[in-house]
Design a protein around this ligand. Sequence first.
Ligand code: ASP
Ligand code: MG
Length: 439
Amino acid sequence: MKVMKFGGTSVGSPSRMKEVTNLVVSYNEPVFVVLSAMSGTTNSLVEISDYLYKKNPEGANEVINKLENKYMAHINELYETKEWQDRIRSFLKEEFNFIRTFTKELFTSFEEKVIVAQGEIISTNMVANYMKEKGFNVKLISALDFMRTDKNGEPDLAYIKKNLSIILEKECDGQVYITQGFICRNAYDEIDNLQRGGSDYTASLIGAAICADEIQIWTDIDGMHNNDPRIVEGTEPVHQLHFEEAAELAYFGAKILHPTCIQPAKYAGIPVRLLNTMAPEAEGTTISNMTEYGKIKAVAAKDNITAIKVKSSRMLLATGFLRKVFEIFESYQTPIDMVCTSEVGVSMSIDNSSHLTEIVDELKKYGTVTVDTNMCIICVVGDLDWSNVGFETIAAEAMKNIPVRMISYGGSNYNISFLIREEDKKRALQSLSKTLFGK
Ligand code: ASP
Ligand code: MG
């Protein structure tokens, strides 16, 4: 079975929902469909929660009414018969009245999670019922019945596998199975979610749980591009990526895929395909365990990076110096991205600078500290195994006119990263495209 995930814009209007239906039923075999909330909905639900935290039910009601009107306006466009229109109208009424009940209650993060879950519950109901009206054999499966996280907040794959297979055995005659992305239950059986953008993760987890032949992530661009199309002209989709290449690109700013999504599919060895609802025949990007030898695939950049250098003669031949330095970052829950060392100093980059002052203050115990803000990591991804010759040089050649603060190579077989000033980013990305891809 294939898993097909459609994001918020792909189900963002009645006409888009109809297009999704056409794509889904074009397969001659059962498919498992994962849907996000209609675009903008999760943001509105977060806004409603925000008003409720601030004890402003009036503000919340205003957003609820606006959202309800928006949904109600879709009914006649999506459903043909009065019977189905009435049915969905009362479903939506019930949904929004349910959301309204929270304006009268004590409001905590539990209630917020319940409210935020309604976006996917509504979108899946609307699409499943549209398909039913059209006569397709659709099974709407609640993600809350099988998607679960454990006590550490990590997906409980064994639980998901077991419960999903029980459900699928019971509902074995379906043509289309539809479920909600993003939402789940936690180890205490409360309604929870897989973090913003988590529908990709849902799709990947389901793919791994049912051993799907592939996981399709449908958006409205034609796959991952070899550079940032907002900055560089003539970028092209990359047709084939290794899971690790895709993970680097997803982390370094290629917004098309949520970084967490890669892991379950990678472990289960299931290819992930990024496809475009606006051009369904386009090849898109296939992410798998296959390496294309000797090929540089893509470039991505991440802004808002801070570089911190600690210089100390005490580091010379000392053991435990780096541990002490890293522990300071750990105690402020600040992940380190890049690290470069010399005998008398270490430079690190972080993208969360909310505890920068405290971190710098503590680092001063160990050496002289210098901070560079407004930096940017440029990440070149491809088959950069150290035994291949020449690729580091080509990437570095493209950066020859740009001041480079740090270089990181050898951390994985798939990337080389440069830390530069944000103001040089455009020039760097353009030069890399020209040198690496001839554009
Ligand atoms: N609806 C959720 C969000 O907007 C999850 C998703 O779309 O992936 O973050
Ligand atoms: Mg998304």
